[in-house]
Design a protein around this ligand. Structure first.
Ligand code: RIB
Length: 319
């Protein structure tokens, strides 16, 4: 299996706190770490850890953090031959604050990532000749994503979009997307943008409303939608079925990169032609492991770790 990830790579500066500070206040945090991250790089490392021949196309900055980031990503076996170093810009940096429930808030400066151009993707065109899978997110320029989609489409490559973090985008791209994996916040933002009204609110956990909302993405041409619902599980929809899945019960430490890991692991199993049950179980297990560890890339498991976890744990029923 050959996978391409077009996306971001960031240096994550992570600090843990008991609770987030109120405006104007200082909270004392602990456990500061600096580590490799970025939704694109996280997804690429995940594919590689799961045994996929993985190529990452991104635009790195010219600074000390970026040099370390490049070496870190390479050390996981991800190929960067078609990534670019932007001599004029600094790379992406993200401040992440994780609370004691494992949930996080982030402030990002995506730096050079946002300058990944259509030309950068064109220069990597031959990579797509025999690729099976393309993963995309929203932390690089829209023109890069669109170019990648058009080349992947010509080459019969499966296209998976993790629409995170939400931003305004050209809805035309949806008709070429095979799999989309929004969380509830992203789903609500996308639909507000597409339909001009609140169809499902982030704190609205009524599954029938979520299903109705996700159907709109199917109507826009996406082949299947997986709405991730955190510790509750996920909702899967395609034209012929709707399924609710629970997830594995774990003690959360840091949810950073859980969504990226879920997307990559699901995309892999889906592309391999595994059943939806197996693909979701596998992706949920990989994401559950991530949640029990600190950091982004550093928390992503190997295929052996996921298989071992699956042997020892049972997925919960959706509630
Ligand atoms: O999804 C987690 C990632 O989002 C972090 O690694 C951070 O870099 C941001 O891109």
């Amino acid at each position: 299996m050959k996978g391409i990830v077009v996306g971001s790579a960031n240096t994550d500066l992570i600090i843990h706190v008991d609770k987030l500070p109120a405006l104007g206040n200082t909270e004392v945090g602990h456990g500061f770490t600096r580590g490799p991250g970025g939704k694109g790089a996280n997804q690429a490392v995940c594919l590689s850890q799961l045994g996929v021949d993985t190529h990452f196309i991104g635009r790195f900055g010219k600074d000390e953090f970026s040099s370390i980031l490049i070496e870190d990503i390479k050390s996981y076996g991800v190929r960067l031959n078609y990534s670019v170093i932007d001599e004029k810009r600094q790379g992406g940096v993200v401040f992440i604050v994780v609370d004691k429930t494992g949930n996080n808030t982030m402030i990002a400066d995506f730096g050079s990532n946002m300058y990944l151009s259509a030309e950068d993707i064109e220069n990597a065109e031959k990579l797509f000749d025999d690729a099976d899978l393309l993963l995309l997110q929203f932390e690089v320029s829209e023109e890069a994503n669109k170019k990648a989609i058009s080349i992947a489409k010509r080459n019969d490559c499966r296209i998976v979009l993790n629409p995170a973090p939400f931003r305004i985008f050209d809805p035309e791209i949806l008709s070429n997307v095979d799999v989309i994996t929004p969380n509830l916040f992203e789903l609500s933002q996308i639909l507000k943008y597409l339909e001009g009204k609140d169809i499902v609110k982030q704190d609205e956990m009524d599954i029938d409303r979520i299903e109705k909302a996700a159907r709109i993405l199917l109507e826009r041409g996406v082949s299947c939608v997986v709405v991730t619902l955190g510790s509750r599980g996920c909702l899967y929809l395609d034209k012929s079925e709707v399924r609710k899945f629970g997830t594995f019960r774990v003690q959360p430490v840091d949810s950073t990169a859980a969504g990226d890991t879920f997307t990559s692991a699901f995309a892999l199993k889906y592309t391999e032609g595994k059943s939806i049950d197996d693909a979701i179980r596998f992706a949920s297990a990989a994401a559950a492991i991530v949640v029990t560890r600190k950091g982004a890339i550093k928390s992503i498991p190997t295929i052996e770790e996921v298989e071992d976890f699956l042997q020892r744990n049972r997925i919960q029923k959706f509630q």
